[in-house]
Design a protein around this ligand. Structure first.
Ligand SMILES: Cc1ncc(COP(=O)(O)O)c(C=O)c1O
Length: 365
């Protein structure tokens, strides 16, 4: 490509990226009201299922691609290759194709049918990786082998890329802070299930800067306590979290205690969120809600506890989410009754950079 053509292509990418920014983030914060053993309480939840492709991963994909364009580590026409258990693949496919890139996704072959079809429908190629080929770790290895020595392949490396944490430090964290400040509240705790750890690390880093006493809890499936044991143990059904290893970008020493949620409890909670409140969210959203209920139990019924709904329910229609789930004695969902929610979307309108606003009072509040 000649210099002039490259410059024109860069300008095109800058214009496209600017437009895409309006489709990602700035999601509503929900005040979800519920009773626990009959006692009324409220949790705050960021509605990440309302992002462009229906998941929180759009924030990370957009930020990493914007940074790569700014730093010149991706060129127009380069192939984007990534190992992912689903949502990241969907985000890079949609945003990558919008920017004109071929996209190749390496994915364990046991992920839900909907995830594979969604990625293919977005014009990307899916490379299924079997358990014999190494499953999730095999997907990462194969994506790295594919990129090795090929300067026309861009590898986002979500598990190791600091840009993943920065995406949430720059957007999700400040949005949560300001949406709470407009309600004259400050957070006491943030809880999030760990896939790459980008959400919990990035939001935690921002909130700790503006509210140093805030507690930040990573969450994992009770059936597969990888964070607590340091290695892959057991099996679970909460797709998107707990992927066989502790990700590079996760620093457990910077976080509070690991919280867990049983996968069956998470399924029942997600079913209740959809069935009672019309919030069509995925299984990890149910797990995050259970985790937030546990943290509020510990900190006190009036504690301002925040979590996220990472994705919507459309990728799980063929999974346990739509099946009868047996209740076990230790589950919390039977003690929880969802009673309603309010949604807030107000963020700072007087500055262009939310991060700069952190020391100011809510404008016009
Ligand atoms: C459904 C779902 N929930 C939770 C997460 C965890 O988010 P993070 O990777 O930021 O830790 C993911 C990540 O892919 C996900 O797909």
């Amino acid at each position: 490509m000649t210099t002039t053509a490259a410059t024109l292509a860069d300008l095109d990418a800058a214009r496209l990226l600017k437009g895409l920014r309006h489709t990602v983030g700035n999601t509503p914060l929900l005040a979800v009201h519920y009773t626990f053993d009959g006692d009324p309480r409220t949790l705050f939840v960021k509605s990440e299922q309302l992002n462009m492709t229906g998941s929180i991963k759009d924030r990370m994909a957009l930020h990493i691609l914007e940074t790569a364009y700014r730093e010149g580590t991706i060129r127009p026409g380069d192939t984007i290759a990534e190992a992912t258990s689903g949502n990241t693949g969907i985000s890079f496919s949609a945003i990558g194709r919008a920017l004109g890139h071929p996209v190749r996704i390496f994915m364990p072959d046991w992920m839900s049918r909907e995830r594979v079809d969604l990625i293919r429908s977005l014009g990307a190629e899916v490379v299924p990786v079997s358990a014999e080929q190494g499953g999730f770790l095999g997907s990462i290895r194969m994506s790295e082998e594919y990129a090795a020595g090929n300067e026309h392949v861009f590898l986002p490396r979500q598990f190791a890329n600091e840009g993943n944490v920065r995406a949430h430090e720059l957007t999700t964290g400040p949005e949560i802070w300001w949406q709470l400040r407009f309600q004259f509240r400050t957070p006491d705790a943030f809880v999030a299930g760990v896939g790459t750890g980008g959400t919990v690390m990035g939001v935690g880093r921002f909130l700790r800067r503006v509210a140093p006493a805030v507690k930040v809890y990573p969450l994992e499936p009770a059936e597969s306590p990888t964070l607590r044991t340091g290695s892959k143990v057991g099996r679970h059904r909460i797709q998107g979290i707990s992927d066989e290893f502790i990700p590079h970008i996760l620093d457990l020493s910077a976080l509070d205690a690991v919280v867990d949620a049983s996968d069956g409890d998470a399924v029942l909670m997600a079913q209740q969120l959809a069935g009672r409140l019309g919030l069509g969210v995925g299984i990890s959203s149910g797990a995050n809600f259970i985790g937030a209920v546990k943290v509020q139990q510990e900190l006190g019924r009036d504690a301002v506890v925040v979590t996220v709904f990472p994705d919507d329910n459309k990728k799980y229609l063929s999974t346990a989410l739509l099946q009868d789930e047996p209740v076990q004695e230790h589950f919390l969902t039977p003690r929880i009754r969802l009673t309603g929610y309010e949604a807030f979307k107000r963020v700072c309108h007087t500055c262009c950079d939310l991060e700069d606003c952190t020391q100011k009072l809510p404008h016009g509040a």
